[in-house]
Design a protein around this ligand. Sequence first.
Ligand SMILES: Nc1ncnc2c1ncn2[C@@H]1O[C@H](COP(=O)(O)OP(=O)(O)OP(=O)(O)O)[C@@H](O)[C@H]1O
Length: 209
Amino acid sequence: MIRINVEKKLNAYKGQQVLQINRTFAGGGITKIYGPSGSGKTTLLKLIASLTDPDQGEIIVNGLPWFDSSRKINLSPQKRNTGFVFQNYALFPNMTVIEHLQYATKDTEWINRLLHLGKLDTLATHKPDHLSGGQQQRLAILRALAIKPKVLLMDEPFSALDSKMKMELIGELKLVLAELGVTALIVSHNQQELELFEGEVMDFEGIGE
Ligand SMILES: Nc1ncnc2c1ncn2[C@@H]1O[C@H](COP(=O)(O)OP(=O)(O)OP(=O)(O)O)[C@@H](O)[C@H]1O
């Protein structure tokens, strides 16, 4: 379970605004997060992963404080060990597909399963600039799963995939998420895209643009 109750000042188009988030996400479940552009959805994921810090408040995950401004607790991204799928993929240009996964885990059986899941087995020795946008996006998803995270944060993870690939991938992904008992937060502009996932819906209001 993720309990988040934080405040963070953001520099929005209209000027400085305070993003307030007070929400509990069920453990081992999927939450689909929809909301307007610029409302702070990416920031919510980054706050959980410790890629940005709240100004104040607390983030408790499975009973453990990850962030608590009153007790000056702030676990590093490494200690939180979340899987993160970035909107722009954030792949390593000099690493091949398989090296991205080997960087995250030594478990070759798991790596092979992921390559198969993402239909990248035959592209294992390719670097990102030799992959299509959809293949890069699948690699970003596989890399996030490679560490077998307990918390998976996905920012528009299917935006570059055609509908057939999306359906197949989501089918496989659901099995893996259930197997790992992951608590997953998935941000998307497109509600239809996430219909195949059963889970709670969060209509993210955040800040206005
Ligand atoms: N570290 C930061 N410090 C201050 N302001 C920030 C920071 N990161 C983002 N912002 C601002 O916060 C607002 C929300 O950004 P964010 O990327 O979280 O929105 P979003 O809902 O994910 O948008 P989109 O759907 O367009 O990706 C934007 O106006 C952005 O400029």
